[in-house]
Design a protein around this ligand. Structure first.
Ligand code: ADP
Ligand code: ADP
Length: 225
């Protein structure tokens, strides 16, 4: 089974009002196990809407979302939340780390919420931090980390519960170009190392070129880049 399959996804905001915007118009997208797809779209094109629908944070007006072979249409909120927590990891442009907690604690907490023991969660968190090259920052709080380090911690947190699918919305968009390059390389290494599938939205065509496939969101539809 593909890890993600979107079929005929449409979404409008303010339906029926003069302010109606039809954001997605019949989106079909299949992501195979281990495949990393670049999603390129100008601001306002609807990529956040698309990623939120793919990650079960939002529902389409029509069309189906399948995660690892399970059609999520019409499933209860409880079931959708369960699948989202277990199978999907999110990364945003801003790290959204908890400011009172250290880097390692930010990666441990979602695992505890998922029933992992404290010792196992700690071991996994430190291993992830090591993989992105910042094990020596484990006990620093977010404010004590550079922007690039904060994003690396956010990547580790997104992978903490071993999701099958990673959805990233401009993961290096708030970093300067040199840092962005290094941090993106760390992300790709992490993703390749786990065999995870990913959809990564970026404006950066050089970064997009390093992924397996490039698609563009244009007038509500996906087209090859
Ligand atoms: P992107 O992530 O590509 O910038 P979004 O998915 O955030 O795009 O938004 C796509 C379009 O839908 C934009 O025109 C935006 O203004 C509009 N939009 C997004 N969310 C809402 C909402 N909750 N209500 C009304 N319009 C929205
Ligand atoms: P960059 O130039 O990569 O943005 P900074 O100059 O902000 O990084 O920080 C350099 C190093 O100092 C980073 O590794 C960061 O973890 C550390 N650092 C930055 N601010 C603090 C702080 N308030 N407390 C402790 N360490 C910090």
């Amino acid at each position: 089974d593909p890890v993600l399959r979107l079929s005929g996804i449409s979404k409008a905001y303010n339906a029926g009002l003069p302010s109606e915007v039809s954001v997605l118009r019949g989106i079909d997208l299949t992501v195979a196990p281990g495949e990393v797809v670049a999603l390129v779209a100008p601001s306002g094109a609807g990529k956040s809407t698309l990623l939120h629908i793919a990650g079960l944070l939002d529902t389409p007006d029509s069309g189906t979302v399948e995660i690892a072979g399970t059609d999520m249409t019409g499933q209860s909120d409880r079931k959708r939340t369960g699948v989202r927590r277990r199978d999907v990891g999110f990364i945003y442009q801003f790290h959204h780390l908890l400011p009172e907690f250290s880097a390692v604690e930010n990666i441990v907490l979602p695992q505890l919420a998922n029933g992992v023991s404290k010792a196992a969660a700690q071991t996994r968190a430190l291993h992830l931090l090591d993989q992105v090259g910042i094990a020596h920052r484990a006990s620093h709080r977010p404010a004590e980390l550079s922007g690039g380090e904060q994003q690396r911690v956010a990547f580790c947190r997104a992978l903490a519960n071993e999701p099958r699918l990673l959805l990233a919305d401009e993961p290096t968009g708030n970093l300067d170009p040199a840092t962005s390059d290094q941090v993106f390389a760390a992300l790709m290494e992490l993703v390749r190392g786990t065999g995870l599938s990913a959809v990564i939205a970026t404006h950066n065509l050089e970064l997009a070129a390093r992924m397996d496939r490039q698609i563009r969101l244009d007038a509500g539809q996906l087209v090859p880049l």
